[in-house]
Design a protein around this ligand. Structure first.
Ligand SMILES: Cc1cc2nc3c(=O)[nH]c(=O)nc-3n(C[C@H](O)[C@H](O)[C@H](O)COP(=O)(O)OP(=O)(O)OC[C@H]3O[C@@H](n4cnc5c(N)ncnc54)[C@H](O)[C@@H]3O)c2cc1C
Length: 384
């Protein structure tokens, strides 16, 4: 494959962030853009391994506003890009079994209502009535928002990649970035396994690997890769078509419909940082036992598939957008396990930042890299 030796913009990482940014930059008329992905296919990093959940229910102003911009873009996706992405608005139902979580979620719902997200507050009995198959005797309260749901992540990536290609973006898979040359505090060249590209603008959308890419330019960023895993079951005809995305919040255990069965995951609180993406079979048993306790009909289920991927966690569980100390090296990474749903608007915001020097769709200047050094961390509670 012949690689161009210069580019106006080099995007590193072909997950949802890189694909969305490539499309939105090209849509605005930017030329000479190259998107580099180390794997043979786009979207096989975190994006292709995610649970596909999309929600408005967040605990901070900025996350709710990102959802309010991003989820309607997913609703319009087929009309705008010609690609079906299967947005199922089944709702997210957070089930809570302790007073501490209840008082935090009450504040979250207050904030959501203030911003126009009319989340429902449920009593324990209302949860049990909605979810008769679940053993939720200890649930005291919960929340539900109908427009939350699930979307096919692979379709979103392929929709953006195809549209970016139609608009002239050169998209290269099997192109691993192995070095970056900085000269006098400005980026100068990207070295890849297919050759070198001279450029003055690099967008780092390498997800859990974003720290490695930044380090090549001498920039340290606080993004930690943490393994998360899930499994799917064979078809279970008892699960109703309108079964929501159910989260047993205190155990960070979740269930949603996947084809005719379920997708089930749980966060391992003891997981250590690292790039290992193999399934931890011991923890899978812990997950299965917890799931069986909550949903006894799983006793007759069998596992259809399982996989692991990496969260890209920052110290305040919010993403990092914009400039770094090296001129021409910009960031869109660190979405801390809920980035798929914000990919559409994140790519658009980065196109504004790169082409106009500012974010115009939403003021996200507080999500800069400097906040970590300047002690301006943003606190988020509602992340599983
Ligand atoms: C198990 C799991 C469940 C999740 N569930 C949800 C969910 O329900 N909803 C939600 O919104 N989010 C969820 N997420 C989080 C979401 O997947 C991520 O926040 C999002 O996909 C990040 O997208 P990205 O484009 O930044 O990263 P990625 O998709 O990881 O893309 C980065 C790309 O960079 C490439 N790359 C890395 N190094 C190099 C290099 N040197 N050269 C070239 N390319 C390189 C990688 O191969 C990769 O394709 C989940 C994540 C996991 C792991």
């Amino acid at each position: 494959m012949q690689i161009p030796n210069t580019a106006d913009i080099v995007i590193i990482g072909g997950g949802v962030m890189g694909a969305s940014a490539a499309y939105h930059l090209a849509l605005r008329g930017a030329k000479n853009i190259i998107l580099l992905e180390k794997e043979p296919y786009f979207g096989t990093g975190s994006t292709g391994r995610c649970a596909g959940g999309v929600r408005y229910q967040f605990a901070t102003d900025v996350n709710i506003r990102l959802s309010q911009l991003s989820l309607p873009m997913i609703e319009r996706f087929k009309d705008e890009l010609g690609q079906e992405v299967n947005y199922k608005q089944c709702g997210y139902l957070f089930a809570l079994n302790n007073e501490n979580d209840i008082s935090v979620f009450k504040k979250n719902v207050e904030l959501q209502h203030k911003l126009g997200v009319m989340t429902e507050w449920l009593t324990g009995d209302e949860i049990r009535k909605r979810l008769p198959l679940m053993k939720f005797e200890d649930m005291l309260a919960g929340t539900f928002y109908q427009k939350d749901g699930i979307v096919d992540a692979n379709s979103v990536v392929s929709g953006y990649i195809s549209a970016a290609q139609r608009l002239g973006v050169k998209t290269l898979s099997g192109a691993e970035v192995i070095g970056i040359t900085v000269s006098g505090d400005k980026v100068e060249e990207v070295q890849t396994t297919l050759g070198a590209i001279k450029t003055r603008m690099i967008l780092n959308t390498a997800g859990p690997w974003a720290g490695q890419i930044s380090a090549m330019a001498g920039v340290e960023i606080p993004i930690t890769p943490i393994r998360r895993q899930m499994f799917t079951t064979n078809p279970l005809q008892e699960i109703p078509l309108d079964f929501p995305f159910v989260i047993d919040f205190s155990q960070s255990l979740y269930f949603h419909r996947e084809a005719d069965g379920l997708l089930i995951g749980m966060s391992n609180a003891n997981e250590t940082a690292g790039f290992d993406q193999s399934v931890d079979e011991d923890f899978e048993l812990v997950n299965m036992e917890a799931a069986l306790e909550r949903l006894p009909l799983l006793a007759k289920a069998s596992r259809a598939a399982h996989w692991a991927g990496l969260y890209e966690v920052t110290p305040d569980a919010h993403p990092i957008f914009g400039k770094t100390p090296v001129e021409g090296m910009v960031l869109c990474a660190g979405f801390s396990g809920h980035g798929f749903m914000h990919g559409p608007i994140a790519g658009k915001l980065m196109s504004e930042y790169i082409l106009d020097g500012d974010f115009s769709s939403l003021d996200i200047n507080m999500l800069d890299l400097a906040r970590f050094a300047e002690d301006r961390l943003i606190k988020e509670y509602n992340v599983v």
